[in-house]
Design a protein around this ligand. Structure first.
Ligand code: HEC
Length: 134
């Protein structure tokens, strides 16, 4: 009985890879809004708990500069950074502006997120804002 449950669980996790947008809604949306224009952010600064995801995605993309213009490598490095930041957010790792860090403080670590969910949400963060500027 236990064995059957184990195998069906295993099957479920391999059949249904995590959906990055669902992971975002469950774990990140309480602090990071999905999309907002810069002017709106400045107006709503008091009500926001963190920078909007559209800004984060664009800033990290702009900060990761690679020599050979290979989009796959760029995306890969972005994902590595985001997955690490979810677990190890600290001042030294943050690419946020000094002003944003002062306003919002450093993000708390979300240690309980699974490897698959971290991967999915990091991929989502890259792909969601392809050609969507802040
Ligand atoms: C409790 C609030 C909170 C939650 C929940 C939260 N964050 Fe954050 N996050 C912040 C704050 C505040 C900052 C800005 C300060 C900083 O860089 O640490 C931030 C910054 C970030 C950064 C930018 C780091 C940089 O250097 O620019 C990334 C990436 C990020 N969050 C990803 C996520 C993801 C992905 C989730 C969900 C899995 C998430 N966050 C959930 C509060 C939160």
């Amino acid at each position: 009985m236990q064995k059957t449950m184990f195998y069906s669980l295993l099957l479920c996790t391999t059949l249904f890879a995590s959906d990055g947008y669902e992971v975002y809604k469950k774990n990140c949306n309480s602090c990071h809004v999905e999309i907002m224009k810069e002017a709106e952010v400045l107006k709503n600064l008091k009500n926001l708990k963190a920078p909007p995801m559209v800004e984060i995605s664009n800033r990290i993309k702009a900060n990761i500069v690679i020599k050979d213009k290979d989009d796959d490598i760029h995306r890969h490095l972005f994902i590595l950074f985001v997955k690490d930041y979810i677990v190890n957010p600290k001042l030294d790792n943050s690419m946020c502006s000094a002003g944003a860090l002062e306003r919002f403080g450093v993000m708390p670590s979300l240690k309980e997120i699974s490897e698959e969910d971290k991967q999915a949400v990091a991929e989502w963060l890259y792909d969601r804002y392809e050609n969507v500027k802040f």
